[in-house]
Write a protein that binds this ligand. Structure first.
Ligand code: BJW
Ligand code: ZN
Length: 244
């Protein structure tokens, strides 16, 4: 199928669908200037981003991990949502039953204007205590070097989900429910290797939904999904949504 044909097919399918779910990953924010996790841009100093996103790394060296998160907070505070984020805002306005499930922690979907958003890997703009239940939004850039809990004095950490940690049960349940119930899922800018997020598209597919993938390259799920459109999310998504 030619690219224009794929874009027409995608917009037809979205128009026909009653319930639309979107799953996004780091590729959606790449055109805003936020580095992705895997691939050439995914490096930070001499460490891999994915090696720093673990509880073990934080226990071993909280200062290094906080440096990484402060660097990202500063970077994200300076960037703006891109046409991919805005196209998803338009799509939400066009569809009465719409949910956006994001693995991103940058908050750019909400900044663009998306409303029904599930942040399954947490938010870089929240902190939580390593000892008590304290959790709060904190947008200071930079944060104090090793921030401490206002309630108990213990070390604070970013309120994000690291490897080996459980996702919030209620958020994950809603994400699986939406994936089961949707008629159409758009999977945008994710390498589809991190679970359980990567299982959501498979859940949608096995529950009978059409699943469309938009990515710069094929992923391990490409052959299992209904349609893959290769290209930049910031170019493809506006073209599709315009036709819905
Ligand atoms: C573009 C583009 C453009 C670029 N346009 N496209 C089953 C099998 C095997 C392993 C597991 C399994 N189930 C669980 C696991 C273990 C693990 C896991 O999945 N490991 C795999 C890597 C093998 N999962 C976990 O540990 C999860 N927890 C868990 O399972 O807990 C179980 C448990 C239960 C009960 C008690 C205790 C435990 C947690 C996973 C948390 C992931 N966390 C991170 C960090 C978040 C915080 C932060 O941001 O700092 O989440 S890691 C990182 O990966 C981040 C991302 O959200 C996530 C996914 O990455 P994403 O978004 O796909 O980005 P990239 O960089 O990989 O890909 C970008 C894509 O965009 C590429 O494809 C590009 O081509 C594309 N692209 N520019 C369109 N312009
Ligand atoms: Zn505390």
């Amino acid at each position: 199928m030619k690219q224009e044909e794929k874009i027409l097919t995608a917009s037809d399918w979205i128009r026909e669908a009653e319930k639309v779910a979107v799953l996004t990953g780091a590729g959606v924010s790449a055109e805003s200037g936020v580095p992705t996790f895997r691939g050439a841009d995914g490096l930070w100093k001499k460490y891999k981003a994915t090696d720093l996103a673990t509880p073990e790394a934080f226990n071993r060296n909280p200062e290094l991990v906080w440096d990484f998160y402060n660097w990202r907070r500063e970077l994200i505070s300076k960037v703006k949502p891109n046409p991919a984020h805005f196209a998803l805002v338009d799509l939400e306005r066009k569809k009465s039953d719409f949910i956006l499930i994001t693995q991103n922690v940058d908050g750019l979907h909400q900044e663009a204007g998306s409303e029904n958003v599930l942040e399954i890997h947490g938010s870089i703009w929240r902190v939580k205590c390593t000892r008590c239940e304290f959790q709060a939004e904190d947008r200071r850039v930079p944060l104090p070097k090793l921030p401490t809990c206002p309630q108990c004095g213990a070390l604070l950490r970013p309120a994000v989900v690291w490897f080996g940690e459980a996702l919030d049960f209620h958020i994950l349940e809603r994400a699986f429910q939406a994936s089961k119930e949707c008629d159409l899922m758009l999977v945008v800018g994710t390498s589809a290797v991190v679970h359980p997020a990567a299982s959501l598209s498979l859940e949608a597919k096995s529950s009978g939904a059409r699943v469309i993938e938009i990515n710069l390259e094929e992923t391990p799920q490409t052959s299992l999904l209904d349609l893959t459109i290769l290209g930049k999310a910031g170019e493809i998504l506006p073209e599709i949504v315009k036709l819905v």
